[in-house]
Ligand binder design. Sequence first.
Ligand code: FAD
Length: 359
Amino acid sequence: MNGRECDVLVIGLGPGGGSAAAAAAAAGLRVLAIDRKREIGVPVQCAEFIPLPLSRHAMAPGVLAQRISGMTSVLPSGTAVDTPFSGLMVDRAAFDRALAGSAEAAGAVVEAATSLVGLDDDAGAARLRGPAGESVLHYRVLIAADGPHSTVARLLGLAPLQTVNTRQYTVPLLQPFADTDIWLSPDYPGGYAWLFPKGDRANLGLGMDPRASADMKTPIDRLHRQLVAEGRTGADILARTGGAIPVGGLRDVLVSGRVLFVGDAAGLTHPVTGAGISAAVASGEAAAAAAHAWIGGDPAALAVYAEDMTDQFGESLQRAVVRRAELARLRSTGAVAEDAPHRRSWIAFDEYYRPALTA
Ligand SMILES: Cc1cc2nc3c(=O)[nH]c(=O)nc-3n(C[C@H](O)[C@H](O)[C@H](O)COP(=O)(O)OP(=O)(O)OC[C@H]3O[C@@H](n4cnc5c(N)ncnc54)[C@H](O)[C@@H]3O)c2cc1C
């Protein structure tokens, strides 16, 4: 790093920012990556499931918790349907720390407890606030990996993303198992409830559209009591978390000036499942490659990044947006208590992948 200049400034060190910083530094760029958290990855706001293709990022000590092989989807009638579902449960804080560690090992400068507070993208200048006070940093490309409520987007005057809220308890797991349980119900409008096992504990959570209901405590407590009564989990709540999940699909603007949006900040999170780690890592690595090509003299590289993300994720995200909207339209009718619309709105069922009923 030459004084307060860098090639690539990465805002946020979740999976998107960590992978972007690691890939950009490995490509030989001068990288500064910051996160406002005092400790990278903490607090965890995640059910901690990653799909198998990300297992290369679960090799660092302390990251891998257990394997997952199936999913049980429980419909409003109580019918439970088992489907294969392969992946890994990880310690998400260790996962994020390992990515940031890879970035540092590749030569990136990583600063925790440092926030982006101002931006002049025309001048390529960012105002950062860290433990030593405020400073201005000049960059050539900025990668916005700053999550669902992106500060970068706000500073650029871009619209906020539509999100759902979540609430999650970590509870003792009395009968360890290797499947994830999903509950689909009109009690969780615009979302669903989940139980992800992690050895002798589990992440029990739910997501809901805040416009439909602000009370998430009553339904999660009810589900927790049910699981305690069934002897599946203990009554203790070992940890509480939550957070926002983007559900509106891709951000309209993925590239603005020399700013590239990745991960949740780009709206890449799946609007039905809420899964976003995989897309965050993929987009982070793609953004780093685009930054490298652009700095290397390819004037189209940043625009190509936006096209690539749209090609790769646009259709699947759009299908999920449409399925959420279809279910939301039924909310005012009795049909939302039936199984059929939930089968159509959940990824485990064939109906989800069929063409839309309406134009
Ligand atoms: C309860 C819950 C459960 C989830 N479970 C799963 C799951 O099991 N599997 C899955 O794939 N996905 C899950 N997700 C979604 C997943 O966590 C996100 O998609 C993923 O974290 C996106 O990564 P990211 O790097 O884009 O953003 P984030 O992980 O949100 O990282 C953004 C980072 O930017 C930092 N930041 C923000 N503003 C600033 C600023 N101004 N200056 C400096 N730093 C800043 C933040 O501190 C944060 O560390 C879940 C989400 C929630 C809320």
